[in-house]
Design a protein around this ligand. Sequence first.
Ligand code: ZN
Length: 472
Amino acid sequence: MSQPVVLRGGTVVTVDDAHTVLEGHDVLVVDDRIAAIGVDLEVPAGTDEIDARGGVVMPGMIDTHRHMWQTAMRGYGADWTLTQYFVWNYLDHGKKFRPEDIHAGDLLAALEAIEAGVTTCVDWSHNLQTPQHADAAVDALAAVPGRFVLAYGNIQDAPANWTANPGFRDVLERRRGDVEGFQLAFDVTGDPSFPEKPAFEVARDLGLPVTTHAGVWGATNDDGIRLMHEHGFMGPETVYVHAATLSADSYHRMAATGGSVSVSTESEQSAGQGYPPSWVLRTHAIPMSLSMDTSMWWSGDLFSAMRSTLSADRSREHLEAHAKGETVTHHALRAEHVVDMATMGGARALGRASDLGSVEVGKKADLVLIRNEHSPVGFPILSPYGHIVFQAQRGDVEAVLVDGRIVKRDHRLVGVDLAAARRTVEQTVDHLRGELGEDAWQQGMNPDIPETKVLDNPYTYTDYRSATTHGA
Ligand SMILES: [Zn+2]
């Protein structure tokens, strides 16, 4: 039994079905649950009080697709395309990751998640080359007080092979109590012989959901969706990542079988899977959650995901209208909708809508307090949903609770040895840098810039043109 906690006087963004906002309300947490929400609540003696006045209390955010093992290489691939990512991770260097490197990345990613108010995160762990790698991932996730789902995968081997390995089943059996749950993570190539079929059968046998990168330009397409559907492997628990380059037929199959899409807008905008698909998924009524994909490129917080998703959706709406000579006068997608995707959307995708994703009495106490008394952006908060999406950022997360336990307070993680995490990450970076050699290390981080030509300009007839071929 932990000490009860009350967050006093905040603006509570519940993300209940009606998207209710409660001004000046307290949220009382007893054990792992939200026990009461109200004004000037009476609380048990000895309750820990957190002042939430002037701040926003929202549900813990849920990321449904993050390759946490890659976080030790934070920012390395900022200028990559998807092709460069595949070559570096899948072909050239992914095999160089030892179990301790998986551990280092997962540990840092897990800390990064809870620090930003991401209280539940799916570790799309697709470099588990051996059961020792999987144990290392689980060890890291179990050491951090967040909720983590291990999506077990291995890009170094065919799904039919690694799912047949007794060592894989052994890990799932032994480590059941150490994570929030398991998924199977693999992609479907569209090969007409459907070589992924045995892996789907293993997932069904184990009762585990499958998560799969679908609709990724140049990698996965409509054939994969059709094969999954024709063999009966699409269900409400299936999570399609990206789903950005698919035909209406594939979206119909998804909508009809009840699965959801994990939208990674920052990733889709930069890597090239296809246009961030929320604008088209909405037209098919396909449920969505949000994700960050990988910190090798992008930020690990869902404020960025909400902001970029809303912006990309609106960009597309405007462009589609302009192409028809029309003007969008009212936005269909609202700030509250992307907050819902970042919270309840994730809960629904993970089959946890009954106990995660909103601030309601009886639900698990996964809570985020957004408040920054030292920032001029902290006030006024006129539209709480708008504030979360376009004003707030991870540095404004003052407090985080997971399962009723305070894991961040006064803008600092509680009881975390960040120096130890830093040391293990440094060892991983040293190892990989040594294995690659300095030339390959630098080349990997600094891909060639293609030649770009500035268009001829009829209004300039001087020498300026000769100086205009590169970069700036
Ligand atoms: Zn991914």
